[in-house]
Design a protein around this ligand. Structure first.
Ligand code: GTP
Ligand code: MG
Length: 229
């Protein structure tokens, strides 16, 4: 009996496309952040608040199974955006990103944020060619998620712990959440913050700017053009 290992084949093809994306992002001097989190954790809210920080010039690729509602929110925030509708697929892949980024005006941008489909499992397996993954976990989800979904957390360069403004209304224990994260990802920075009040947000922005400085150098270099990616 013959067995076809579909997953392995798909992941190999994705890895090739991701490597091409990564090379193109490097030529365009873009720091690319793959935002992963559960539906409703606040990924789009994070990007909306980030739009108020002029030190982070960015564009966005929005991934959703249906609708362009999130892209409309990002556009209202004055940020260049392209919506990828996956038609039910539970994650973005590198070829979707490659096609979508051709439609995004990259001139003058230092960052590209890719909001993945809301999910803590599927997006973890698909490299998009990003510089860094950031997981957005929110307080109503509970402190135990890093234990239940370790794969996505171990692949992240940073964790945002969003919706800290809601803690007084929840049984969520911030110290316990930070301890739990430390058992799963002891060296990963954690940013407790609120996208609604802005509390804790500056620390995350500083980390982003340092990341870009480390990867691309403190001066952004010649503005990228669409032809570079
Ligand atoms: N109280 C509070 N609400 C928040 C915060 N961040 C986001 N929200 C709310 O949470 C809800 C979901 O936020 P979104 O930004 O749409 O979440 P998302 O992760 O982009 O969701 P999907 O794209 O559907 O996966 C919205 O009603 C937001 O206003 C926060 O820091 N505090
Ligand atoms: Mg969203």
């Amino acid at each position: 009996m013959k067995t076809i290992v579909v997953k392995e084949h798909i992941l190999k093809a994705n890895a090739r496309a991701a490597a091409e994306n990564r090379a193109g992002f490097g030529r365009a001097r873009l720091t690319v952040v793959n935002l992963i989190g559960s539906p409703g954790s606040g990924k789009t809210a994070l990007l909306e608040r980030l739009a108020t920080h002029s030190e982070v010039r960015f564009g966005v690729l929005e991934g959703d199974p249906e609708t362009s509602l999130d892209a409309a929110r990002i556009e209202r925030a004055g940020v260049p955006v392209v919506q990828i509708v996956t038609k039910g697929t539970c994650h973005l892949d590198a070829s979707m990103v490659h096609r979508a980024v051709q439609e995004l005006p990259l001139e003058g941008l230092r960052f590209l944020f890719i909001e993945n489909v809301g999910n803590l499992v599927c997006p973890a397996s698909f490299d998009l060619g990003e510089t860094a993954r950031v997981v957005v976990l929110s307080t109503p989800e509970g402190e135990d998620k890093p234990l239940k979904y370790p794969g996505v957390f171990t692949s992240a360069r940073a964790v945002v712990l969003n919706k800290i403004d809601l803690i007084p209304h929840l049984s969520f224990d911030l110290d316990r959440a930070v301890e739990t994260l430390a058992t799963v990802v002891p060296r990963t920075p954690v940013f407790p913050l609120s996208c609604v009040t802005g509390a804790g947000f500056d620390g995350f922005v500083e980390w982003l700017v340092e990341l870009a400085d480390r990867i691309m150098g403190p001066v952004a270099g010649p503005p990228p053009t669409g032809a570079d990616v």
